[in-house]
Design a protein around this ligand. Structure first.
Ligand code: PAF
Length: 282
């Protein structure tokens, strides 16, 4: 596996691959790699000639400086996971100046209102930071296909929107949420949970499955009350939000309309760690 540590080295590498007519699949990450990331690479490997990943903890998407400071970083561990996986041909590890040559700040984007829902309300400026880094990485890596986890469903929708608005010739692919055996969605943040809290957090997935059973049977306000009840009974957990939204507009709904797709979204604080999950309702 090639380890590309600057924009110049990356660009030379990409140029060579393009000359050989290789189809490039790209999965950007912020490191702290886990099996969820490997599921992105697996899909990328099946669909492309070459898989490129990146590891860059993007400062502009953290609205909370403490979160940025605490973000787990262990580049040697990550490189060894990538090597062992045999799924990735090259990893790009840029310097901050490779992504932000002048000021380390975000551009402002119009994501058609998607940015104002859910995470956009709780984390102001977050999606401008994501848009900025992903657009820059796309310009540098020039992938044919790019892979993002459905765990961050709103991020995936926003990146699709940006790609469409900027008329980039990149297919954006969503990869289903990858779960631990107990159902907890894998996330780099899970590392910050004690083992017993990780086990207790399976209640998040169990709740989403119950919501799916109640879908179109119970009213949405009643579903919300039941979910609140479940989390009121959990020690050390606070429900930050639970809502059901239209899958395309991401707008919260209080009614199930015919011929629309809906998804349940949930954020729970477990011992100060913010866990996020979602499920398509069918
Ligand atoms: O999902 C992530 O890990 C990040 O938001 C991304 C897409 C790598 C941009 O920094």
């Amino acid at each position: 596996m090639e380890v590309l540590k600057s924009k110049k080295v990356l660009q030379d590498f990409i140029e060579r691959q393009k000359e050989m007519g290789k189809k490039i699949g790209f999965a950007p990450t912020m490191g702290a790699l886990h099996d969820g990331h490997l599921s992105l690479y697996k899909m990328a490997k099946e669909e492309n000639d070459l898989v490129v990943s990146s590891i860059f903890v993007n400062p502009t998407q953290f609205n909370n400086p403490d979160d940025l400071k605490k973000y787990p970083r262990d580049i040697n561990r990550d490189i060894s996971i990538l090597e062992k996986s045999g799924l990735v041909d090259a990893v790009y590890i840029p310097e901050v100046t490779d992504i932000y040559p002048e000021k380390t700040e975000s551009r402002n984007y119009d994501f058609g209102g998607l940015e104002n829902e859910m995470e956009g309300k709780s984390r102001p400026g977050h999606f401008d930071g994501v848009g900025t880094v992903v657009e820059e990485l796309f310009n540098q890596v020039k992938p044919d296909n790019a892979y993002f986890g459905e765990k961050d469903f709103q991020q995936l929708a926003i990146i699709k929107k940006m790609t469409e608005n900027k008329k980039l010739l990149i297919n954006i692919k969503g990869v289903p949420v990858y779960r631990a055996e107990n159902g907890l969605a894998l996330s780099s943040r899970n590392q910050r949970l004690q083992e017993d809290r990780r086990e207790a957090s399976k209640v998040i997935f169990e709740t989403l499955k119950k919501v799916n059973d109640w879908f179109r049977v119970v009213t949405i306000p009643e579903i919300k009350a039941r979910v609140q009840d479940i989390f009121d009974q959990q020690r050390g957990m606070q429900l930050e939000y639970f809502l059901i939204a239209d899958e395309e507009t991401l707008r919260e709904t209080d009614f199930f309309y015919k011929d629309r797709n809906f998804r349940a979204f949930i954020v729970v604080m477990v011992d100060g760690v913010r866990l996020i999950d979602n499920m398509h309702l069918d």
